[in-house]
Design a protein. Sequence first.
Lengths: 139, 147
Amino acid sequence: MALTVDFADGFTSASAPDLAGSGQESYVLANNQSSFTNVTGLLFDNTTEKSVFAEYELQRTDSTPSEYRQSGSFIASYDGSAWSIQFGAFVGDEMIADSLTSAYSVQFQMSGGQVQYKTGNMGSGHAGRLAISIVRISA
Amino acid sequence: MTTLVVNTLAGEMSQDFRLALGVRTQIASVLPYLYMHNAPAGTFTVSIEADYGTAASKTFDCDDIKAALNTTDDFAHVFYPVVFDDPVQLDAGTYSLKLSASGYSPTGSSFIGWIQQHEDLNMELDYTPLSDSDNPLAFRLKTYKEK
């Protein structure tokens, strides 16, 4: 999925072109994050959006080799004072949890408009990725 | 009116390309086709990745993009020229042009994107695109040639 941008003639503009569609975004998740840390770049702005809908693929691998993958959807919503995030039905390994119950577990929370995460310790050679296809509803 | 198909940069993204010459190719510059939406803060890196590691890399920011276009506008699309500081000579093979960022937090109102275009000599595909969103990430590759 990609955004479409309707750009007026020329290569530059002082005002924002019209955007449409959804964006696919990919974020790195580090191993063994025992304290909540930012999903760098996954940030919602309540001045421009109040609801965000996304489909995601969460993947964690290590050099054992072990591979865990969970696919599903989430909704993030701003209620006027705070953001909340809710994960829905999923397919695959149950990685997302309310606490780090397994080495492959991932826990998410909102801090303001910033999505944060914790991860269990999967060991050496870890690679973690949260890939999302996201639709941001303009405020 | 131009309609651009843009992949938003979040962590990093890359586009494979193949060099097929019988001799080593000396890279003069690479020009990823970038879209700048409201000039986000951050430092961006374009690199050529080989199976042995990073062959070349260069950083830039949105002020550099504006300077290249001689503009103060915060919205632009451009084949941004990246000239590596050191000579880059590559053997025939498959490489990856990668775009990454640091100190950058994209939002719906401020981001950098890489524009997709149809397959051409630089950007081979090993599948058949069914829509514009299946097209490769566009770039141009400039090489030195002996007269």
